[in-house]
Ligand binder design. Structure first.
Ligand code: SF4
Length: 291
């Protein structure tokens, strides 16, 4: 088996939120994204360049997210062009809702936009909230088109105790397509804070159900039964040794938040005005437990 150097081999990774616009408007969206495409919701090219300069200087890979980064293909292409002056395509990731996958022609149009730059991985969010607005047929179409184009589709799946109906459906798709997955519980921030019920429950139990269903469908489709076959780690943060390890998120206006798996993001400064290395020192200095 060949092991390629990619995003995961950077010491850290971070998010670049290309836009705060998203046509899906999920009920739980951590960034409270809405569909309107006002110009101020998009990261200007000079800020994209600053993120590329500052992240690359500090050994940080980039995951392009939003909002929905595919919502304006021209802006996505321009963003990638700038990032490619600092990164190889396999050091970059993109995460999408899959809104463009209703038919294969449209799916291919969007996927070709990144394939043209040499991207080999695409992360697709899938959970019960997305499912209300992004049909599973979209996800299946995108998985099939990705495979035809030589892009590895990785489903980023969030589950909770209300997800069992969703789990029954998505595990069939995963087994049928031998698709790669990451399984998470929820980050209960942003619009999620307004939900009647906090989508956090017994993740261990929910995960056990998920993998039992996956195994059941794997048997039906003659696919590998071992869940480890399907598990991927696209982002460095999921491999971090300590849950408190830092990763930065830069918003379209240049504001940088320091995040970790255990802490809600804290504002560190604006990347247009400050160097990321100074912000990282600030993050460490304000860490709980530091005298
Ligand atoms: S698809 Fe993602 S960015 Fe869009 S509303 Fe849902 S969670 Fe937010």
């Amino acid at each position: 088996m060949a092991i390629n150097l990619d995003h995961r081999h950077k010491p850290l990774d971070g998010d670049l939120l290309l836009t705060a616009a998203c046509p899906i408007e999920c009920d739980f969206c951590v960034y409270s994204c809405e569909a309107e495409k006002e110009p101020e919701k998009w990261m200007p090219e000079k800020t994209i360049r600053r993120v590329a300069e500052q992240y690359s200087k500090n050994g940080i890979g980039i995951r392009i997210g939003g909002g929905e980064p595919f919502y304006d293909l021209e802006k996505l292409r321009n963003c990638i062009k700038i990032l490619m002056e600092y990164y190889k395509p396999n050091e970059l990731l993109i995460i999408t809702s899959g809104f463009f996958g209703a038919d294969k022609e449209n799916a291919n149009k969007h996927l070709n936009a990144i394939k043209g730059f040499g991207f080999d991985t695409l992360i697709i969010s899938a959970d019960r909230f997305h499912l209300k607005r992004v049909p599973l047929k979209n996800i299946e179409n995108i998985i099939e088109c990705c495979k035809e184009l030589g892009i590895e589709p990785v489903l980023r799946i969030s589950i909770d105790s209300d997800s069992y109906e969703f789990i029954d459906k998505i595990t069939e798709i995963i087994a049928k397509n031998k698709a790669s997955i990451e399984v998470h519980d929820w980050g209960s921030f942003g619009r999620a804070e307004k939900l009647d019920k906090n989508p956090l429950g017994n993740f261990t139990k929910d995960q056990e159900y998920f993998f039992s269903k996956l195994k059941e469908f794997a048997g039906k489709f003659n696919a590998p039964l071992d869940p480890r076959f399907y598990l991927a780690h696209t982002a460095k943060r999921s491999q971090n040794k300590y849950a408190s390890d830092f990763f930065p998120t830069t918003f379209p206006n240049g504001n940088v938040y320091g995040c970790s798996m255990t802490m809600k993001g804290s504002y560190l400064g604006n990347i247009n005005k400050e160097d990321l290395s100074d912000m990282m020192v600030k993050w460490k200095e304000h860490f709980a437990g530091k005298p």
